[in-house]
Design a protein around this ligand. Structure first.
Ligand SMILES: [Zn+2]
Length: 244
C-alpha cells in the first residue's frame, strides 16, 4: 500500500512549537508527512471578525508538488470558526486557533492533534480518491464516538478522539463499501492505537479516576519499602556489627 504523501505548510506565526521533524518520522503505511514550504508573514484576514476565508486561503496555498495532500497550518480564525477547512485540489487548512489551548489543557500535544487530522484526511483520500471541499460532502457524524470523523461542532469534543482514536462502525462501513486496499483497515487500527497521551499523563489520568486505590497502593508500597530496609539493616548489622 502506498502511503498518502502529506505536505505540511506553515502559514504565518503558529505561536506554538510544532515538531514537523518528529511528524515526518512517524512510521506509517497509510501516510507520510513532509515539511513543505512556509509563508512567513500573512496578509490581514479578509473575512469578518478577523476570519481567513476559504477564498483567501485558496489564493494563499497552492497544492504542493509531489504530495497528494497539502495541509496548511495556521493560528487564526477560519470560516464558520471551523478548525479544519477543506479546499479544492486536495488542499486543507488546519487552524490551531483555540485548538492548541484545548488540546494542551487535556495534556495532548499539538503534534498529536495534527497527526490525528492527517489520518482523517488520509483515510478520506484513500477511500474517496480525493479530499472533498468543506460543504461538498462529509463523513462527519454529530455523535461523538472517539472516531476520526466525529463532527466536533464544539471544539472541545476533539479531545475524545485524540487518545487512541478509532474508526466507528458506520465509518468502517463507508470504507468497506468502496474499493480499497485490503490492508487499509488493519493498518489503520494498528497505527491509531499508537496515537495516545504520554505515559506520565496516562498515569496521572489513572490516579484521578482511582484516588482511593492509589492511596492504598502508596501506603502498601511505603510499608513494603520500610520492611525491606529494616530487614536489610538487620542483615548488614550481622555482617558489619560496627554500623549498629
Ligand atoms: Zn465514525
Amino acid at each position: 500500500m502506498n502511503p498518502v504523501r502529506i505536505s505540511l505548510v506553515t502559514l504565518g506565526s503558529l505561536k506554538q512549537p510544532v515538531d514537523v521533524r518528529s511528524l515526518s518520522r512517524w512510521r506509517s503505511n497509510i501516510l507520510a508527512i513532509t515539511h513543505g514550504d512556509s509563508v512567513a508573514h500573512l496578509q490581514d484576514a479578509e473575512g469578518e471578525d478577523w476570519t481567513y476565508t476559504d477564498q483567501q486561503l485558496e489564493k494563499l496555498l497552492a497544492p504542493a508538488a509531489g504530495a497528494e495532500i497539502t495541509l496548511g497550518l495556521i493560528n487564526a480564525r477560519l470560516e464558520g470558526n471551523f478548525y479544519l477547512r477543506r479546499l479544492p485540489q486536495n488542499v486543507a487548512v488546519l487552524s490551531l486557533y483555540e485548538m492548541a489551548e484545548i488540546v494542551q489543557y487535556e495534556n495532548f500535544s499539538v503534534d498529536t492533534f495534527i497527526l490525528r487530522t492527517a489520518y482523517e484526511l488520509a483515510v478520506l483520500f484513500k477511500v474517496e480518491g480525493r479530499i472533498p471541499a468543506t460543504g461538498e460532502f462529509s463523513w462527519a457524524h454529530d455523535d461523538i464516538r472517539g472516531c476520526l470523523f466525529d463532527m466536533c461542532s464544539s471544539k472541545g469534543d476533539i479531545v475524545f478522539s485524540l487518545h487512541r482514536p478509532c474508526l466507528c462502525g458506520a465509518c468502517r462501513n463507508q470504507v468497506l463499501e468502496k474499493r480499497v486496499d485490503v490492508n487499509l483497515l488493519p493498518s489503520l487500527d494498528k497505527e491509531l492505537r499508537r496515537i495516545h497521551k504520554t505515559l506520565f499523563f496516562r498515569l496521572t489520568d489513572w490516579i484521578k479516576v482511582h484516588p482511593v486505590l492509589t492511596l492504598a497502593l502508596t501506603t502498601f508500597l511505603a510499608l513494603a519499602v520500610n520492611l525491606a530496609s529494616s530487614a536489610l539493616f538487620e542483615k548488614a548489622k550481622r555482617i558489619w556489627p560496627w554500623i549498629a
